[in-house]
Design a binder for this molecule. Structure first.
Ligand SMILES: [Zn+2]
Ligand SMILES: [Zn+2]
Length: 193
């Protein structure tokens, strides 16, 4: 595993700027991987890891940089829960750990560096210095990953009976005897104009 500073440099490059979220995300991912004993996520252990993130913020990019898990590789799973947490799944060992940032870490950052008025600067420094125990809560968990969730899954594509668009990875919905995509089943994020 690289050092905190090395990962922060990588994260800054990938994310476009350095911020408290990058520090938090890098440390969160490094800590999670250490707990799993995953030492070389980008190369040797590349196929061992699937990561679930629960927020789409600065830290998410940093988690992706450290783990090498990316959305386009299907190794990064997004659950839009608005929580600063991630679960690291070692698919080979069948082990998973969820790491969340403690709510108290913001207050602690203020206490550690009251001399820094800028909140981002204050947290950036404090999140570097804080112990893992002050920053994170952890929980060993079980994550059920069906075959279609794995990065290399090759399955048949199913066609929606209503719109005719192809659906991958068993994301089809069966309703009243019909095979539908999420949109046609009424579970949509857009409305046609
Ligand atoms: Zn940022
Ligand atoms: Zn459809």
């Amino acid at each position: 595993m690289k050092s905190l500073d090395e990962y922060l440099r990588d994260a800054e490059q990938a994310h476009g700027h350095i911020c408290a979220g990058q520090v938090l995300g890098v440390r969160l991912a490094m800590f999670g991987l250490q707990q799993l004993g995953i030492d070389d996520p980008q190369h040797k252990d590349r196929k061992r890891l699937v990561t679930f993130v629960e927020i789409d913020r600065c830290a998410t990019d940093a988690v992706s940089v450290v783990t090498g898990c990316r959305l386009g590789k299907r190794a990064l799973k997004f659950r839009d829960w608005g929580k600063m947490a991630a679960t690291f799944v070692d698919v080979q060992a069948g082990k998973a750990i969820r790491v969340s940032a403690k709510e108290s870490s913001k207050t602690l950052a203020r206490q550690m560096h009251p001399e820094i008025a800028n909140k981002n600067q204050q947290q950036m420094l404090a999140y570097r210095e804080m112990t893992d125990a002050d920053l994170f809560a952890t929980q060993w968990v079980k994550v059920d990953l069906p075959p279609e969730e794995f990065p290399g899954y090759k399955g048949e594509r199913i066609v929606c009976e209503q719109c005719g668009e192809g659906i991958n990875f068993h994301r089809e919905v069966r309703r009243e005897g019909k095979i539908l995509c999420h949109n046609c089943a009424g579970d949509s994020y857009y409305t046609p104009l």
